[in-house]
Ligand binder design. Structure first.
Ligand SMILES: *[C@@H]1O[C@H](CO)[C@@H](O)[C@H](O)[C@H]1NC(C)=O
Length: 172
């Protein structure tokens, strides 16, 4: 009896120690290394990434502390979860990543770096393809927690989320 209890305690201690050692691996920088090693600039995602999951088929889910706003050339809005299919030089079928264009928030659908030596990164925002300078995205940006306002504004403009008549009301 006493021996069993003791080994139980040892096991818990082991779990605890492993957690301390392995938890930091799921925080912070690895996502930016992942982007770089896939031919994409690290600055596509903000500093405040909590964790991410990547499946074998390239399905990427990135978890932020909260929705937030960053500024490159235009302002970019990140949902608290950003999803995409990751292949070399491309984030396809993005969700949770919008860019401001002439006061509208448009979801960015694809991000492509065809040729890094061109210094160009391509944003597919549905209505247009935008060519931006890669150098804007070198470093992960700070991201301001201004989420909620933009979120309901975006939903309103795009008519997602059902209640269209309330669409343009900015909630706090
Ligand atoms: C992303 O990957 C999923 C699962 O592999 C697939 O069903 C989906 O069509 C892909 N989306 C795009 C835009 O490539």
């Amino acid at each position: 009896m006493a021996v069993e209890q003791k080994s139980g305690l040892t096991a818990s201690l082991l779990v605890f120690v492993s957690l301390i050692f392995f938890l930091p691996l799921s925080h912070g920088d690895p996502i930016h290394d992942l982007l770089r090693s896939n031919g994409l600039p690290a600055g596509l995602l903000p500093k405040a990434v909590k964790s991410y999951t990547l499946q074998e088929n390239g399905r990427l889910e990135v978890f932020l502390d909260r929705p937030c706003l960053a500024k490159f050339e235009n302002r970019v809005y990140f949902d608290s979860v950003v999803k995409a299919n990751l292949t070399y030089g491309e984030l396809a079928g993005l969700e949770g990543f919008s860019q401001e264009e002439l006061f509208l928030w448009l979801p960015v659908k694809d991000i492509v770096v065809d040729d890094p030596s061109s210094g160009i990164i391509l944003f597919d925002i549905g209505v247009a393809h935008k060519q931006l300078s890669l150098s804007l995205f070198e470093d992960p940006p700070d991201c301001e927690p201004k989420g909620q306002e933009i979120l309901s504004f975006t939903s309103g403009v795009l008519g997602i989320g059902g209640r269209k008549q309330k669409g343009f009301e900015v909630q706090r």
